[in-house]
Write a protein that binds this ligand. Structure first.
Ligand code: NAD
Ligand code: LMR
Length: 338
């Protein structure tokens, strides 16, 4: 369903192929939950990404309006909209990357885990579609609670016999984006010059910034360490409270999601040295999933990096993070085993 009814499918393909022949690599990207608070700005930013040749926008409501709107942007990607479960397969067929921000967000007083009951089922259905229609796609999973939805997705893919741990990535990029911003504020630097590894998971104490490994090298007082760690861990709650019932982070998340998806696309293109943090299948700890830096390549997360040296504060934080993560991971796995 091209957004421009005058534009035949063959004409769209010609346009995409023509650009590919010109040497510009074009990837096909689907956003599931594209009409939501994250989905809309994410769709806009993806339409601006020169590595995207085809952009599929899927939601259970309002995707035709968002698609019509985005499709008027004079950037290269061809945009198509898909509405409702009966169009899920068409939305997914042939995709290289699938980004999933579908699901309900938090309200003040809720934890991310309170979203489990609704979002677990949504993620399961969408991942079943991926198993069937684009089993080789790289999946960027944003829907909360990420610490449980990633294990759910893995179980769906295992059940379908298509699981490749390298291609399933829980998006923790917003924690890194926040960490870079808050650390830069304390150091008086431009956040673009700062690199803070954030490991563990994506909820409360499972979010573990490694302030001892900040680049450029620097040191913090115990008070600064405490302030920064808490602010990074509570960044999501800070936004939920400020929005006072109108949802959680959407704009900074769309920014972070595009930053991460762009890294995945550059990896797919074959760029060297593309490294970002993500929540992936991992042997770095005794847990089956853990967020650390990973190297993104043609087949997804091709290398999962070790934690590196931790100070005492971080070692204690790691133990707390692992305790909570183990429970959240098990909850996701059990949901699928039921
Ligand atoms: P939102 O309610 O504004 O949008 C969610 C969208 O998902 C809606 O358009 C809704 O129609 C759609 N949707 C619901 N069920 C669907 C289904 N079965 N298939 C396809 N689409 C479906 O919420 P939001 O603010 O965009 O947040 C979405 C999710 O992202 C939430 O779970 C939130 O907690 C999470 N989130 C994660 C991070 C992160 O860092 N990983 C950051 C922010 C938000
Ligand atoms: C965030 O970190 O902003 C998201 O996980 C949304 C939330 O519920 O906090």
């Amino acid at each position: 369903n091209p957004t421009n009814p005058q534009m035949e499918e063959s004409a769209i393909l010609e346009r995409v192929n023509c650009r590919a022949k010109g040497g510009a690599p074009g990837f096909k990207v689907a956003i599931l939950g594209a009409a939501g608070g994250i989905g809309q700005p994410l769709a806009m930013l993806m339409k601006m990404n020169p590595l995207v040749s085809v952009l599929h926008l899927y939601d259970v409501v309002n995707s035709p309006g968002v698609t019509a709107d985005i499709s008027h942007m004079d950037t290269g990607a061809v945009v198509r909209g898909f509405l409702g479960q009966q169009q899920l397969e068409a939305a997914l067929t042939g995709m290289d990357v699938v980004v999933i921000p579908a699901g309900v967000p938090r309200k003040p007083g809720m934890t991310r885990d309170d979203l489990f009951n609704i979002n677990a089922g949504i993620v399961k259905t969408l991942c079943e579609g991926i198993s069937k229609c684009c089993p080789n796609a790289i999946v960027n999973l944003i829907s909360n609670p990420v610490n449980s939805t990633v294990p759910i997705a893995a179980e769906v893919f295992k059940k379908a016999g298509i699981y490749d741990p390298k291609r399933l990535l829980g998006v923790t990029m917003l924690d890194v984006v926040r960490a870079n911003t808050f650390v830069a504020e304390v150091l008086g630097l431009d956040p673009r010059e700062v690199d803070v590894p954030v490991v563990g998971g994506h909820a409360g104490v499972t979010i573990l910034p490694l302030l001892s490994q900040v680049k450029p090298p620097c040191s913090f007082t115990p008070e600064e360490t405490e302030y920064l760690t808490k602010r990074i861990q509570d960044g999501g709650t800070e936004v939920v409270q400020a929005k006072a019932g109108a949802g959680s982070a959407t704009l900074s998340m769309a920014y972070a999601a595009v930053k991460f998806a762009d890294a995945c696309l550059r990896g797919l293109r074959g760029d060297a040295g593309v490294v970002e943090c993500a929540f992936v299948a991992s042997q770095v700890t005794e847990l089956p999933f853990f967020a650390t830096k990973v190297r993104l390549g043609r087949t997804g997360a091709e290398e999962v990096y070790q934690l590196g040296p931790l100070n005492e504060y971080e070692r204690a934080g790691l133990e707390n993070a692992k305790r909570e993560l183990a429970i959240s991971i098990q909850k996701g796995v059990s949901f699928m085993k039921k």
